[in-house]
Design a protein around this ligand. Structure first.
Ligand SMILES: [Fe+2]
Ligand SMILES: [Fe+2]
Length: 265
């Protein structure tokens, strides 16, 4: 099984630039072309939050339009820039988003790897939280199939990254409790996250928690105290998670046109 992860699309209407610089719609088109060109083709794509930059209906409409070109099934989860109800309204045919109550949490059971999506959103805030109700849902789902290889998906990573301004708006509640749950289930292959616009890993609860680069802008790799959080137009990227022989291998890959590949001659 092959899974493509993209994240932090921060979609806006075509031509509507963020900060006068970033054109998320153009970047998303490029990401879609990249995923469509992959061989072998991924079984599905996971899109781990910050789907629309300002959570507006027209941005979700543009997102839906752009994702119509994606030739593989995809699963959405919300980030701090998203609005749950606008997201649900724009994707009425995505049944897993609907009727899940206050939170957009769901299980995907139709692939060799099971996927459990958690909702870390606190409406109107940049930071994330996992309250008791959301954590209990995860614990209950994991208890259903304790022997089955499983991915946990969430927007805010459950660890400190050293990029202090992002840690200030990280998962401020529930990370330790999440780790206690995950540590009871060695079948959790990964905790896959977004939010950081970079690739970062940490050992977490006996598994690996990671973040994925954004499809548009990245966050500058500036550790420690800094006057401000800054973005940088490094190459956008994605991750390919390859499940083979009972092991999950993760490739970090960049999006864009580069010279090559060339044979070693
Ligand atoms: Fe983001
Ligand atoms: Fe975010």
């Amino acid at each position: 099984m092959l899974i493509a992860q993209i994240t932090d699309l921060h979609m806006r209407s075509p031509g509507d630039k963020a900060y006068g610089v970033i054109d998320p719609a153009a970047f998303l088109d490029q990401a879609v072309r990249t995923l469509n060109a992959l061989a072998p083709r991924p079984d599905c794509a996971l899109i781990t939050g910050d789907l629309a930059d300002l959570g507006r209906p027209e941005q979700y409409a543009a997102l839906r339009q752009a994702l119509q070109a994606l030739e593989i099934p995809y699963f959405l989860l919300p980030g701090n820039h998203d609005d749950r109800e606008e997201l649900r309204a724009a994707f009425p045919d995505h049944g897993y988003l609907q009727g899940t109550g206050a939170f957009v949490q769901y299980a995907v059971d139709c692939y060799p790897l099971r996927m459990l999506a958690l909702d870390t959103v606190v409406p109107g805030k940049s930071h994330g939280e996992l309250c008791r109700e959301r954590l209990q849902w995860l614990d209950d789902r994991l208890a259903e199939q304790p022997g089955r290889p499983t991915l946990v998906l969430m927007h805010h990573p459950p660890f400190q990254t050293g990029i202090e301004h992002m840690d200030d708006i990280g998962l401020l509640e529930g990370a330790r409790e999440l780790e206690a749950i995950v540590s009871r289930y060695p079948n959790v292959e990964r905790v896959l996250c977004g939010h950081l616009h970079r690739t970062i890993f940490q050992r977490f609860g006996g598994t690996i928690a990671s973040t994925c680069p954004g499809t548009a802008h990245q966050l500058a790799l500036e550790l420690g105290p800094r006057p401000a959080l800054r973005y940088i137009m490094e190459p956008p990227g994605y991750q390919l998670h390859w499940w083979s022989d009972g092991r999950l291998v993760t490739h970090h890959a960049v999006i864009g046109d580069y010279p090559g590949p060339y044979p070693f001659e």
